[in-house]
Design a protein around this ligand. Structure first.
Ligand SMILES: Cc1cc2nc3c(=O)[nH]c(=O)nc-3n(C[C@H](O)[C@H](O)[C@H](O)COP(=O)(O)O)c2cc1C
Length: 366
């Protein structure tokens, strides 16, 4: 009996297994014009193939709440009706395969306005150059020496972005998504507010722990208010900036202890699962990325708060994924790059673990 291929029910939604696709930017949407930010044939095949491959939940790449919230000009967004219709084609297909469609809702903050990763290694695009714009952030601190100094958000602008998250969640429901994930990780806007490394504000959105988590909780509350009671809401977090906990690094960042405290609050605010990643806020933080390196952060949140968790990061083998779930370290695993290499990974893993693989009817003769 495979734990990985046991269904899981969150609120009223049953996800057929616990092997899920992590959100991954494709940098393939139109950067301007009427199709700006809308998924196209590339996104369709990318997401559809993993549903055919038996992946239980497929989470889209970060979909921006506004044009300025995109990481690159080629990112997906969900701020208009053209985008809703284009996403619906994809969610219909995913559902028809018996899989569940999730969307990651995001604002890139100070890490916005960059090239596609395969152009200039994703270098920042300066405002006024090409499709570039000036990013916004909690504080006017650039990501690195090459990045534009972001504009510090006013309180009125912060409230506007909270509303944009809610509007995008509403559109996501119209588009047929059944899981919404708020992107609070990897040094993007929400993570920037959480961490003292990037949040230098002295108003009610900065300083103390309570003030730094304020924006994130406002986003959660606004999204939860429009997201149906019977459908689950996820939050993706960077459980640590890898600064404070590193004795050789004197800088102060977001810590694993704060993550546990915050996870309990997220649970009380109606979040159903913490998708537990790390890093991305400090470009030069020292991270030793080895298989399962982020699993202990997920396991600790689960143990200390009871909030269901997803584990992610360098999980590439069926037995490895099975053990994480079977040992109770996480409720599900999310695979990124392995699913880029092998769209049918879930089907193969099911066979390897003695579970019933999802095979599309059209392919039964094989
Ligand atoms: C091409 C690519 C794009 C990514 N885009 C996103 C994204 O949009 N949102 C996000 O939260 N993480 C993103 N990630 C991180 C993945 O979701 C995942 O956490 C990371 O790749 C580690 O998992 P893995 O070792 O299985 O690849 C991206 C990763 C890759 C490789």
């Amino acid at each position: 009996m495979s734990a990985l291929f046991e269904p899981i029910t969150l609120r009223q939604l049953t996800i057929p297994n616990r092997l899920w696709m992590a959100p991954m930017c494709q940098y393939s949407a139109a950067p301007e014009g009427p199709e700006q930010g809308a998924p196209n044939d590339w996104h369709f095949q990318h997401l559809a193939a993993r549903a055919v491959g038996g992946t239980g939940l497929i989470i889209t790449e970060a979909a921006a709440v506004s044009p300025e919230g995109r990481i690159s000009p080629y990112d997906l967004g969900l701020w208009n009706d053209t985008q809703v219709a284009a996403f619906r084609r994809i969610t219909d297909f995913i559902k028809a395969q018996g899989s569940v469609a999730g969307i990651q809702i995001a604002h890139a903050g100070r890490k916005a306005s960059t090239e596609r990763t395969w152009v200039d290694r994703g270098a920042p695009i300066a405002p006024g150059e090409g499709y570039g714009w000036r990013p916004v952030a909690p504080s006017a601190v650039a990501f690195d020496g090459k990045s534009t100094e972001p504009a510090e958000l006013s309180v009125a602008e912060i409230k506007e972005i909270v509303e944009q998250f809610a509007a995008t969640a509403r559109r996501a429901l119209d588009a047929g998504f059944q899981v919404a994930e708020i992107h609070g990780a990897h040094g993007y806007l929400i993570n920037e507010f959480l961490s003292p490394f990037t949040n230098r504000r002295t108003d009610e959105y900065g300083g103390s722990y309570e003030n730094r988590v304020r924006f994130a909780l406002e986003v959660v509350d606004a999204v939860r208010a429009v997201w149906p009671e019977d459908l689950p809401l996820f939050f993706r977090i960077s459980a640590t900036d890898w600064l404070t906990e590193n004795p050789e690094d004197g800088r102060e960042g977001w810590t694993a202890d704060e993550t546990v405290r915050f996870a309990a609050e997220l649970k009380a605010h109606g979040v159903d699962l913490l998708d537990t990643s790390t890093g991305g806020n400090a470009p030069d933080a020292k991270i030793e990325a080895v298989p399962n390196y982020q699993v202990p952060f997920a396991a600790r949140v689960k143990k200390e708060t009871g909030l269901p968790v997803g584990a992610v990061g360098l999980i590439t083998e069926a037995q490895q994924a099975e053990k994480i779930v079977a040992d109770g370290e996480a409720d599900a695993v999310l695979l990124g790059r392995e699913l880029l290499r092998s769209p049918y990974f879930a089907q193969q893993a099911a066979r390897e673990l003695g579970a019933d693989p999802h095979v599309a009817q059209q392919y039964h003769r094989a």
